[in-house]
Design a binder for this molecule. Structure first.
Ligand code: FAD
Ligand code: NAI
Length: 466
């Protein structure tokens, strides 16, 4: 029968499409079901890629305005065309989502468009424009991702009160924006609009931005973003929101319990995301969820139903595209009968502000809480030849290593190209390197990566240029 598959993948984000490719490479007959007309999920359509396109465009404008003069480049009437920035963003998204169709075809993955749900553990119902079909699945990979969390008193109206999806597609730059949540989305999209002249205020219940990152990164990040014009109100309790004549009035209690009101043309609510698990009729397949609505899995990605697996944002763990991809690769290998296991200790996290902020491994506060003895090495981009030549000297690299064994436990970077530099640190963790291993590796000169080498030397107080 035509519609019998070894594996049906539900969702075509970084988890789903990558899992489908790997399973097909391993000889399985694979189908992928996506409810939207374009493949690629949140990441490609309304997440990683469009946000990075707008970050790039806005950063070019900001850099031209603030920094080109020091390089001897001057402009008259420097201005931006926001609709062109949006058009470019859409082209970038289109190029990549079309690329996923190409990859599915190349790997013989059958694409079904429609909303999938479980009829039984082996039958998937697909509904699209009033039509229904059933396909038979020996195994299923649930990769349905996540969606923005809504605040009960601040429902998304998609005009004034926005989720990240609408904030990525505004037709004009607003005069003012309130961002609820100083997490990754709040800082990235807040940066985009602030760079383009919008008055951005970020409110967060937590006392610091990026509350799970290393404390030194948080402090430096806040200082640098403030110097670029972002305003922060931290440790607040947001209480209410009223929209009147296109303006939102946000009532909140500040950290000293004073009641305040903030008026803004747009409000971006970025207080986290929740798993996309409604509408799958999981009860028909006896697949269980935890209290947060995430699919419960074991360390082999197997749900409470033995032929059904789940990966990516809809299961516990950090909501990151590369985490989703790696889980899907390993899950496909397990379904194909291979032995595989995910290493969660070496997943880097990057915030694409300027400068970028990137981390892998454990933070200083986690290590202190665990009672482990450690050494810290730190080195600033201020003393690096390449950074000085680039005019990008803000930030530092911090390396934390075990006091006894010198094994690298965590690397935290704020500075130019931190998103690329963190790859070396992730490999160091994956290979259980010592700080000495990193320090003895020859790094090309002049490069930003020499800051990593110097920070590694500094772990044992051997830094050369400090
Ligand atoms: P998703 O990408 O959400 O894909 C799930 C897919 O399943 C969707 O296409 C959905 O339509 C489909 N689906 C759901 N239910 C059904 C159903 N019943 N039937 C059929 N199809 C269904 N992460 C990073 O690592 N780096 C970044 O720079 C980054 N930037 C981000 C920026 C923003 C603004 C946002 C919102 C997120 C960002 N993320 C980033 C997070 C990243 O997008 C997610 O971690 C990633 O997309 C998760 O992949 P996934 O495949 O699990 O889910
Ligand atoms: P987040 O978890 O990063 O940040 C949410 C913030 O909102 C936290 O600082 C929290 O203290 C605050 N908050 C929660 N409830 C609040 C309330 N009621 N009032 C005020 N503040 C409140 O979530 P975010 O930014 O929405 O991103 C969602 C996910 O998307 C993240 O898990 C992230 O991993 C992923 N993402 C990743 C990116 C990257 O890798 N560069 C970029 C964007 C998103």
């Amino acid at each position: 029968m035509e519609n019998i598959f070894d594996l049906v993948v539900i969702g075509s984000g970084p988890a789903g499409y990558v899992g489908a490719i790997r399973a097909s490479q391993l000889g399985l007959k694979v189908a992928i079901v996506e409810k939207y007309n374009t493949l690629g999920g949140t990441c490609l359509n309304v997440g990683c890629i469009p946000s990075k396109a707008l970050l790039q465009s806005s950063e070019k404008f900001y850099s031209a305005k603030r920094h080109f003069a020091e390089h001897g480049i001057s402009f008259q009437n420097l201005k931006y065309d926001f609709s062109q920035m949006q058009n470019r963003k859409s082209d970038v998204v289109k190029q990549l989502t079309t690329g996923i169709n190409y990859l599915m075809n190349k790997n013989d993955v059958t694409i079904f468009t429609g909303s999938a749900s479980f009829e039984t553990e082996n039958f998937i119902k697909i509904e699209y424009e009033g039509k229904t079909q059933l396909i038979n699945a020996k195994n299923v990979m649930i990769a349905t991702g996540s969606k923005p969390i809504e605040l009960p008193f601040m429902k998304f109206d998609k005009d004034v009160i926005l989720s990240s999806t609408e904030a990525l597609s505004l037709s004009d730059v607003p005069e003012s924006m309130a961002v609820i949540g100083a997490g990754v989305i709040g800082l990235e999209l807040g940066s985009v609009y602030s760079r383009l002249g919008c008055d951005v205020t970020v409110l967060d219940a937590s006392e610091s931005i990026l509350s799970v990152m290393d404390k030194d990164l948080r402090a430096e990040g806040q200082k640098l973003l403030q110097s670029q014009g972002l305003r922060f109100s931290l440790g607040v309790s947001v209480k209410s929101c009223q929209v009147s004549e296109g303006v939102a009035y946000i009532g909140f209690e500040d950290s000293e319990s004073n009641l305040k009101t903030l008026a803004a043309q747009k409000v971006l609510v970025a207080v986290g995301r929740k798993p996309n698990t409604d509408g799958l009729s999981l009860e028909n397949a006896s697949v269980e969820l935890n209290a947060r609505g995430q699919v419960i899995i074991d360390d082999q990605f197997r749900t409470s139903q033995s032929n059904i697996f789940a990966v990516g944002d809809c299961v516990p763990g950090p909501m990151l595209a590369h985490k989703a991809e790696e889980e899907a690769i390993i899950c496909a290998e397990i379904i194909a009968g291979h032995k595989a296991k995910m290493n969660y200790a070496t997943i880097p996290g990057v915030v694409y502000t300027h400068p970028e902020i990137a981390s892998v491994g454990l933070t200083e506060q986690e290590l202190t809480a665990s009672g482990k003895d450690f050494n810290i090495g730190k080195f600033s981009f201020k003393a690096n030849g390449r950074a000085i030549a680039m005019g990008e000297t803000e930030g530092f690299v911090k390396i934390i290593a075990d006091k006894v064994t010198d094994r690298v436990l965590g690397v935290h970077i704020i500075g130019p190209n931190a998103s690329e530099l963190i790859a070396e640190a992730a490999i160091a963790l994956e290979f259980s390197s010592s700080a000495e291993d990193l320090a003895k590796s020859v790094h090309a000169h002049p490069t930003l990566s020499e800051v990593l080498k110097e920070a590694a030397l500094d772990v044992n107080k051997l830094s050369l240029h400090k």
